[in-house]
Design a protein around this ligand. Structure first.
Ligand code: CA
Length: 185
């Protein structure tokens, strides 16, 4: 007697259609990830761009106490170099820096295929609503006003990392990126 596809265990139990009836299916992107993650360093590497040494020290101490690895740079030029060299799981970015504006840098990152989805938390001494809106419109994922509590900084960075893990990076539109972080595996 001829066995059905179900009996031959050729069925995809998540679907009404037997796999033998289907063309090979495209590989699914895994949404939830267990274990080490390609493209995301463990411990997560946080790049801190801040020209005030006291604030940078406080932030780095708080993040490292929570198991994150930090690199602190004072200038946007050094931030570009660091991202190209070592990447980052997230960026904590001051708005007012000696060699430029964090807002402009954030916009620059969003236009770059490799850094379009890099989680960015902006820091600013100015708390007016206009700055907040501008920061988010420039592509920041979150915004923190100085002075801030180290605990709040850590909580916000952790939230950004969590969100980044649960949302696989969109495939780049047309360009072939040089440093694409592959979060799909
Ligand atoms: Ca500053």
């Amino acid at each position: 007697k001829q066995k059905s596809a179900y009996e031959r265990k050729e069925c995809d139990w998540s679907s009404d259609v037997c796999s033998s009836d289907l063309a090979p299916r495209p590989r699914r992107r895994r949404r939830y990830i267990a274990g080490p993650i390609a493209g995301l360093m463990i411990p997560p590497r946080i790049l801190l761009v801040e020209d005030d040494p006291a604030i940078a020290r406080t932030a780095a101490f708080a993040l490292e106490r929570e198991g994150m690895a930090t690199e602190h740079v004072l200038l946007l030029g050094a931030a570009r170099e660091s991202l190209a060299r070592a990447g980052a799981a997230a960026l904590v970015l001051d708005v007012g820096l000696p060699d430029g504006s964090g807002l402009d840098f954030c916009r620059e990152l969003r236009q770059h295929a490799s850094w379009r989805t890099l989680p960015v938390l902006m820091l600013s001494a100015r708390g007016e609503e206009i700055d907040r809106v501008l920061g988010l419109e420039m592509g920041a994922d979150d915004y923190l006003t100085k002075p801030f509590s180290p605990r709040e900084l850590v909580a916000r960075v952790r939230a950004l990392l969590r969100r980044a893990l649960l949302t696989p990076a969109a495939p780049p539109a047309s360009t072939t990126p040089a440093f694409e972080l592959d979060r799909s595996e």
